[in-house]
Design a protein around this ligand. Structure first.
Ligand code: PMP
Ligand code: GLN
Length: 388
């Protein structure tokens, strides 16, 4: 086996995901894990029970239909109508996937040719870079800069070339918490239409918007036929381990994405799909309560981090808060995060790894607040020791 590296060149440098690396560090050290974004409390009991019922009744224990069970596809279509007024045909315009992660992978593999360019905001969620690489395409980052993390649309326009195939959006945005405004979305839509670009929009934090509201770009005029919208039950219902996600788009886009998806997992999570169909029909009180709970936790952690000495960029959405460690005299977010468990018993994630422009995010560190109040309070107490 000498001579040639085992890992193909496309995947070179992707290594272990930072979330896995930091979670392993938390396990190793026993530190409070505010790194990887997963809740420390499971979602609604009724949804868990629905999964148990499906398992016991033998629904979904064998391969479910390729596009997802009809109950879930209908519930996804109804959810899009209920919250955004978007009408979808559950048979041709909805595809159930193994989390948003598979939806992103299948979409990139289906829609991209090797010479294509994909414009994505950086800091970007790590699977975007990996999936664009696996498709053999090229990522072109548009840097969101502190403190506002707004996209500069003139800069974006300047990055569009004849090879640009796709805009990859994420709103609410992980890790910065930026929520795109209706004006920004209209401008992005106009650019996509003018340059005949596809748009892929990752909206997994759609129900975690604290300032303003979530607006899907797919609802804008002229966008339906060029947009793939992606979401997931993991965040909204606090079942990140279930990996039930979906893509919605026009029939021709869904057919393309389904072609790739068939050969990735084919299908997944049969009984859980029935449970998520019920979850999507929970009353507004669930969605409102979930958001308000996380809003309180955002405020608790953001205030605590500020008191501890961090520069804090309060997020408009998601369950992450990005900070800057410059006030501690620190210059390297990755080294800071590696040392943090030993220094004070907390794990966080360095945003620097989500940038191609390493300088832009070199001192940024992300903390998640999807944890119990007492855990967040204890983390803040520990982090307060840093300044001393
Ligand atoms: N997109 C973003 C922006 C995320 O933060 C995550 C992490 N959950 C995902 C996609 C992946 O979602 P899933 O767990 O449903 O695959
Ligand atoms: N989305 C989660 C986060 O941003 C991590 C998911 C994963 O570990 N791949 O923290």
């Amino acid at each position: 086996m000498a001579g040639r590296p085992l890992l193909n060149r496309r995947l070179e440098g992707l290594g272990t995901t930072i979330f896995a690396e930091m979670s392993a560090l938390a396990t190793e050290t026993g530190a409070i894990n505010l790194g990887q974004g997963f809740p420390d409390t499971d979602g609604p009991e009724s949804v868990r029970e629905a999964a148990v019922r499906a398992l016991r009744e033998g629904r979904g224990n064998q391969y479910p239909p390729g596009p997802g069970v009809p109950e879930l596809r209908e519930a996804i279509a109804d959810h899009q109508r209920r919250f955004y007024g978007i009408g979808l045909d559950p048979d041709t315009e909805v595809l159930v996937t193994a989390g948003a992660t598979e939806a992103i992978a299948a979409t990139m593999l289906a829609l991209l040719e090797p010479s294509d360019e994909v414009i994505a905001f950086e800091p970007y969620y790590d699977s975007y870079a990996a999936c664009v690489a696996m498709a053999g395409a090229k990522r072109v980052p548009l840097t969101l800069r502190a403190p506002s993390f707004r996209p500069d649309l003139d800069e974006l326009r300047a990055k569009i070339t004849p090879r640009t195939r796709l805009l990859l959006l994420n709103t609410p945005h992980n890790p910065t918490g930026t929520v795109l405004t209706p004006e920004e979305l209209s401008a992005l839509a106009a650019l996509a239409i003018e340059h005949d670009l596809l748009v892929v929009t990752d909206e997994v934090y759609e129900h975690l918007v604290f300032e303003g509201a979530h607006h899907p770009i797919a609802a804008l005029p002229g966008m339906r036929e060029r947009t793939v919208s992606i979401s997931s039950a993991g965040k909204t219902f606090s079942f990140t381990g279930w990996k039930v996600g979906w893509a919605t788009a026009s029939p021709s886009l869904i057919a393309a994405v389904r072609t790739a998806k068939q050969y990735l997992t084919f299908v997944s999570a049969g009984p859980l799909q029935y449970a998520i169909a019920e979850a999507l029909r929970l009353p507004d009180t669930y969605f409102d309560g979930f958001r308000e709970d996380l809003r309180r936790k955002r405020d608790l952690l953001a205030d605590g981090l500020r008191t501890a000495g961090f520069e804090v960029y309060t997020p408009q959405g998601t369950y992450f808060v990005t900070t800057d460690i410059t006030p501690f005299g620190e210059k390297d977010a990755y080294a800071f995060c590696r040392a943090l468990p030993a220094r004070c018993g907390v794990v966080a994630v360095p945003n620097s790894v989500f940038y191609d422009d390493r300088q832009a995010g070199s001192t940024q560190v992300r903390f998640t607040f999807c944890k119990r109040k007492g855990v967040l309070e204890e983390a803040v107490t520990r982090l307060t020791r840093l300044a001393g």
